[in-house]
Design a protein around this ligand. Structure first.
Ligand SMILES: *[C@@H]1O[C@H](CO)[C@@H](O)[C@H](O)[C@H]1NC(C)=O
Ligand SMILES: *[C@@H]1O[C@H](CO)[C@@H](O)[C@H](O)[C@H]1NC(C)=O
Ligand SMILES: *[C@@H]1O[C@H](CO)[C@@H](O)[C@H](O)[C@H]1NC(C)=O
Ligand SMILES: *[C@@H]1O[C@H](CO)[C@@H](O)[C@H](O)[C@H]1NC(C)=O
Ligand SMILES: *[C@@H]1O[C@H](CO)[C@@H](O)[C@H](O)[C@H]1NC(C)=O
Ligand SMILES: *[C@@H]1O[C@H](CO)[C@@H](O)[C@H](O)[C@H]1NC(C)=O
Ligand SMILES: *[C@@H]1O[C@H](CO)[C@@H](O)[C@H](O)[C@H]1NC(C)=O
Length: 502
């Protein structure tokens, strides 16, 4: 008698309270994911897709308040040019509720514009260029779940202010295609307008003019580089032979995502220059993403490893290591679930993309590897590490400082040695450096061109594309004859032909 009665009681009690108690909202969500099938990308489908599926399964399995969300995930190829955009246009009949990716800047630009116009939220662990920071119009529905290049630049602002450095050379490799290094250092140029920066681009295909590079290094206090590991070694060796590594100049390289290309032994090639390179690298410091882990991360790492092994493809280098893209796209699903749940509780539907987007911004949540903090502009605050050689005999590197973006503070670690960062002889100020480089300083940083910014004549000629492919026009100085300008023109042409062919 008693058990039956209490069961009945429990039944009515549950009936009465269940909406309040469980708080589950059920909804089907159509997700369209753009990732390259080409495994040469760190964010290829093979590496990232398992993380997205892991997040989907975990939300279901944990039975929490988000377990009523059913994510229908469809993967599409991305080619870092136009594929994502065209795919989206072609399916215009069925608009997804959420888009994840693309990562590459140019492809993301067109895709996010269309998605914003269609009121569809986009979350990407890419689209890191400075131009995407302007969310007032074309990129209104973009949420960036990985720290952008401007966030990385905050690290340099903090270091430069601390050591009162004034003048720096931004030295980068520009492939005129995806232009990752260009966009990386552009973030620094964009943020640090109070400093005297000039820039020099080198082509990945030709041998760089080493004399010119050394002259430019000589004129500056600090050199910030973004390029392939072998080329960095060549430059460091050349600088070392010219006594430019004797403490009057400081070198940094920015390597955010590929953890196997920096740190211990990054100078080592097994050739006769190893000894020289090790000495040269004593003045080379690396800025990279600060990686955190927590117990859940272990299981995640193991599961990712299993998936990659199962997919088994031949051309994958360090596939088993979890990078920021893998982590970011996992956390994207969590963030969307939190925002959608909150929006629906407040009476909105999944179709109100702008409402859900705003609810993803200005919040902190627990991601797979630790806390994820989104700023009020929908961009993730970044934590970065500074690595330096701490043992010159062994040539070993250590993290000597961390920068926390959420509170803007620097944390110095035991390995930090102030002498290492103190310039022995300050360069006399040069009043006006003639920047003939046509690099970031003059033309390229016309902003933040992910697509177009041309001379006046070009503007008219390409009016249509200016409208469709620009990120912002933020012209600092005039110069139309630069190499980068030409690259960009070519770029516009190819965008145009692709577009009109569609
Ligand atoms: C994959 O991408 C790399 C680098 O962008 C390129 O060289 C290669 O040809 C691509 N492979 C395929 C199969 O498209
Ligand atoms: C990562 O860096 C290593 C060492 O420099 C390089 O061999 C490898 O190709 C890089 N991987 C990617 C995906 O860039
Ligand atoms: C480099 O090696 C040293 C000593 O072996 C170790 O303490 C340090 O953590 C290593 N650094 C990296 C980045 O692997
Ligand atoms: C990870 O966790 C899941 C669920 O908790 C479990 O089924 C799975 O076996 C774990 N994987 C590993 C490699 O430990
Ligand atoms: C979406 O939400 C906003 C408030 O953020 C509201 O003004 C707008 O009318 C809603 N749109 C739709 C289609 O419900
Ligand atoms: C961001 O969130 C904080 C508290 O979480 C709130 O005080 C602040 O007003 C929010 N900012 C904006 C612009 O919404
Ligand atoms: C800044 O944030 C980091 C990481 O969240 C924390 O360890 C540090 O103590 C914070 N610093 C200050 C001054 O709040």
């Amino acid at each position: 008698m008693m058990p039956c009665e209490s069961a009945l009681c429990l039944y009515f009690w549950m009936l009465f309270f269940s909406p309040v108690m469980t708080n589950t909202i059920t909804e089907d969500i159509e997700v369209l994911v753009f990732l390259p099938k080409n495994n040469s990308y760190l964010f290829s489908h093979t590496r990232v897709a398992p993380a997205i599926l892991y997040a989907q399964q975990r939300l279901k399995a944990e039975g929490g308040q988000y377990s009523g969300f059913h994510f229908n995930i469809q993967f599409e190829n991305s080619d870092c040019v136009n594929n994502a955009f065209l795919t989206l246009v072609d399916r215009c009949g069925q608009k997804p509720d959420l888009i994840l990716g693309p990562v590459c800047e140019y492809e993301a630009a067109s895709t996010v514009r269309l998605a914003s116009h269609w009121n569809i939220p986009v979350i990407s662990a890419g689209a890191l260029a400075a131009g995407f920071s302007d969310k007032s119009t074309e990129y209104s529905h973009l949420t960036r779940i990985a720290p952008s290049y401007v966030k990385m630049a905050e690290t340099f602002t903090a270091i430069f202010e601390h050591f009162t450095w004034k003048r720096a050379l931004l030295l980068y490799e520009d492939d005129a295609q995806e232009r990752n290094c260009y966009f990386t250092l552009e973030g620094i140029y964009h943020l640090m307008t109070d400093f005297n920066f000039n820039s020099l681009a080198v082509s990945p295909d030709n041998r760089p003019d080493m004399d010119d590079i050394l002259q430019r290094i000589y004129e500056n206090e600090v050199v910030i580089m973004c390029m392939g590991a072998d080329r960095i070694r060549d430059i460091m060796l050349a600088a070392h032979r010219q006594q430019l590594t004797n403490g009057n100049h400081l070198f940094f390289n920015v390597e955010l995502f590929n953890s196997s290309s920096y740190g211990n032994g990054s100078w080592r090639r097994g050739d006769k220059y190893d000894n020289e390179a090790r000495q040269a690298y004593t003045s080379l410091n690396t800025v990279t993403l600060l990686r955190t882990t927590k117990p859940e991360f272990e299981n995640f790492t193991l599961e990712m490893k299993k998936s990659v092994e199962k997919a088994r493809f031949p051309d994958c280098k360090d596939c088993e290591s979890i990078n920021m893209f893998v982590e970011g796209f996992h956390d994207a699903i969590l963030l969307y679930a939190i925002a959608l749940h909150e929006a629906m509780k407040n009476g909105f539907t999944k179709k109100n993309g702008s409402e859900i987007t705003l609810r993803m911004w200005n919040r902190t949540f627990e991601g797979i590897a630790g806390q994820v903090s989104m700023d009020v502009n929908g961009d993730r605050n970044g934590d970065f590490s500074l690595m330096s050689m701490t043992n010159a005999e062994e040539g070993t590197y250590e993290v000597v400082a961390n920068y926390f973006g959420a509170n803007g503070t620097f944390q110095l670690l035991p390995g930090f040695n102030i002498d290492h960062f103190t310039l022995k002889v300050r360069q006399p100020p040069i009043t006006e450096i003639q920047d003939k480089s046509c690099g970031l300083g003059v033309s390229a940083l016309t902003g933040v061109i992910v697509g177009a910014v041309l001379g006046t004549a070009m503007l008219i000629a390409f009016y249509f594309f200016r409208k469709n492919y620009r990120i912002t026009i933020e012209r600092r100085r005039h110069s139309e004859e630069c190499d980068i300008g030409k690259h960009r023109q070519l770029r516009e042409d190819s965008i145009r032909s692709n577009f009109s062919a569609a």
